[in-house]
Design a binder for this molecule. Structure first.
Ligand SMILES: C[S@@+](CC[C@H](N)C(=O)[O-])C[C@H]1O[C@@H](n2cnc3c(N)ncnc32)[C@H](O)[C@@H]1O
Length: 254
């Protein structure tokens, strides 16, 4: 017996020994973790029949995907991730300085927050997420690793709760497409950036059919640029040195 596990990935897991009851429980907990349905808020959003991986809410022509629940932490932390996604290259290419205040928005388990914190020894990383389970993992890991310059920040679906004009660099890895309120999130991120501060947006390349990720969890460069321009950011560059993702840099005007 095989079934699809998680909300986003083309991963198939054999489960020969699961009883029907256990299987049903697992499906219920997964769908709870994946549920991000919102009331009809109107404004910049329209609503449609949800696709399997979407919440039925459309922003600038793009259906927003489900949030990856904390049950997916194993996937974020899988040992082969560095090789598959070259996360080492991603980190090494972030435009950092020793004293930067960096925001990791949609930080998940803090996969990126920890190594980035080591690269800003006189600064800090504000690791934002909306799932308390993720923030608990971040706090536990930073303590275990003895990293003192990571702060776990509880965001809301509309606001990352960052200090105004307080962030030198924000980065979002594989999370922006899940934001249920991308316009409000974007506006608040812009407020948090210092003038000239940058946002690095990492999304799986939707232009590339070989990237084995579901459609709503990918984004094209053109779509990302349009959405970032809508919140007043300037496009700086798009680099495609990563095997699966766009590395897109935007800047808050001076
Ligand atoms: C697929 S995970 C990626 C985690 C991490 N960036 C990584 O690459 O390992 C996406 C994360 O974004 C978070 N998220 C979704 N919507 C959010 C929002 N509006 N504000 C902050 N985090 C959000 C989810 O809770 C989840 O932990």
């Amino acid at each position: 017996m095989r079934f699809k596990l998680g909300c986003r990935f083309l991963l198939e897991v054999p489960v020969p020994s699961l009883t029907k009851a256990l299987f049903a429980t697992l499906l219920i907990s997964l769908s709870t973790a994946c549920s991000a349905e919102e009331p009809n808020v109107g404004g910049p959003y329209t609503f449609t029949q949800p696709n399997r991986d979407g919440i039925g809410k459309v922003y600038m022509g793009r259906e927003i995907s489900h949030v990856m629940g904390h049950l997916g932490t194993g996937w974020l932390e899988r040992p082969e991730r560095e090789r598959q996604e070259r996360t080492d290259l991603l980190i090494n290419n972030l435009p950092l300085a020793d004293n930067f205040v960096v925001a990791d928005i949609g930080a998940g388990t803090g996969y990126f927050s920890m190594p980035v914190a080591r690269k800003v020894p006189e600064g800090k990383v504000l690791a934002v997420d909306i799932q308390p389970e993720m923030l608990a993992i971040i706090e536990q890991r930073s303590e275990q690793l003895g990293i003192e310059n990571v702060e776990a920040v509880m965001g809301s679906v509309t606001n990352p709760n960052l200090p105004a004009n307080g962030v030198d660099l924000a980065f979002i890895v594989d999370a922006y497409h899940e934001f249920s309120h991308p316009l409000e999130m974007g506006q608040n991120i812009v407020q948090a950036l210092k003038p000239g501060g940058q946002l690095v947006l990492i999304e799986y390349r939707s232009e590339d059919p070989r990237v084995p990720i579901k459609r709503l969890h990918k984004m094209s460069e053109a779509q990302a640029k349009e959405e970032m321009m809508a919140i007043g950011l300037e496009w700086v560059t798009t680099e495609d040195f990563l095997p699966q993702q766009h590395f897109m840099v935007f800047r808050k005007p001076l």
